[in-house]
Design a protein around this ligand. Structure first.
Ligand SMILES: Nc1ncnc2c1ncn2[C@@H]1O[C@H](COP(=O)(O)OP(=O)(O)OP(=O)(O)O)[C@@H](O)[C@H]1O
Ligand SMILES: [Mg+2]
Length: 260
């Protein structure tokens, strides 16, 4: 939970529907996430968590409904009262407002930790080489990897790679950061170091939406827990409420399973 008042990073999801091959996997999602709010998104496999995250930065087009970040669409613009999809280049620029960190890091294997972080700011011509390097070194320091700037992903542990991936996402100064099971691919002893970095971001007032099965972490860090089942939000509220006294049978069933 943040101690800082954030002004950017309002996410408004309104009646979002999404189908794949005629099968609806998001069935009318409404969710508003306030600037600086930390939302933990829980739900069984296949409930639509990743799809929902991907609609937020327009990696996935919605069939109906809308998603805005700070009042603006990522993939569209409003002209004469109608939505028009933007060109790929404009979408890429706007998409940088929303960072996303995946389960399997997705680092470029042929680039060093530092180069992984400077790649996007340089490709988007946001910074000079020197400024990008300075920014990357600062971010590596922030995630506890100041000494790994020249290491390639294969020379790093899973936890270290994930911390580089977080630094890479931060390099574009996103308003919102999305995490899709950021610790699921890690050995148990490496989970803590990644959660520590995410906890710091939460404290700094970044809007975070985190898909996770780390129930203890969700309870500690999230302002709100949202439970998704079969493409619908079936329950949400304060972590203590939803995690200790779930009302919906599907939430109870899910928690019983993940808490073993
Ligand atoms: N690109 C796609 N093409 C076809 N079906 C898809 C696609 N992406 C997702 N789906 C389907 O949509 C449903 C929701 O998938 P999604 O990945 O959002 O679930 P999830 O809640 O993230 O699950 P998990 O916990 O396993 O990651 C699943 O039935 C999945 O098979
Ligand atoms: Mg998923």
């Amino acid at each position: 939970m943040s101690t800082v008042t954030a002004t950017r990073g309002l996410v408004e999801i309104h009646n979002v529907h999404k189908a794949f091959h005629g099968v609806e996997v998001l069935k009318g999602i409404d969710l508003t996430v306030q600037p600086g709010e930390v939302v933990a998104l829980l739900g069984p496999s296949g409930s639509g968590k990743s799809t929902l995250l991907r609609t937020i930065n327009h990696l996935e087009r919605v069939d109906a409904g809308s998603v805005t970040v700070d009042g603006e669409f990522i993939g569209y613009e409003l002209r004469h009262g109608k939505l028009h999809e933007l060109r790929e280049r404009e979408i890429l620029q706007r998409r940088t407002r929303v960072g996303i960190v995946f389960q399997n890091f997705h680092l470029f294997p042929h680039l060093t930790a530092l180069e992984n972080i400077t790649e996007a700011p340089l490709a988007l011509k946001r910074l000079s080489t020197d400024d990008a390097r300075e920014l990357a070194l600062g971010l590596l320091d922030r995630v506890g990897l100041a000494d790994k700037a020249d290491a390639y992903p294969r020379q790093l542990s899973g936890g270290q790679q994930q911390r580089v991936a977080i630094a890479r996402a931060l390099a574009l100064k996103p308003q919102v950061l999305l995490f899709d099971e950021p610790t699921s691919a890690l050995d148990p002893e490496l989970v803590g170091e990644v959660l520590d970095v995410i906890r710091d971001l939460a404290n700094l007032g970044t809007t975070l939406i985190i898909v996770t099965h780390e129930i203890g972490f969700a309870r500690e860090v999230a302002d709100r827990v949202v439970f998704l089942d079969q493409g619908r939000i079936v329950e949400q509220g304060a972590p203590d409420e939803v995690l200790s006294r779930p009302r919906h049978p599907r939430t109870r069933e899910f928690l019983a399973k993940v808490l073993g």
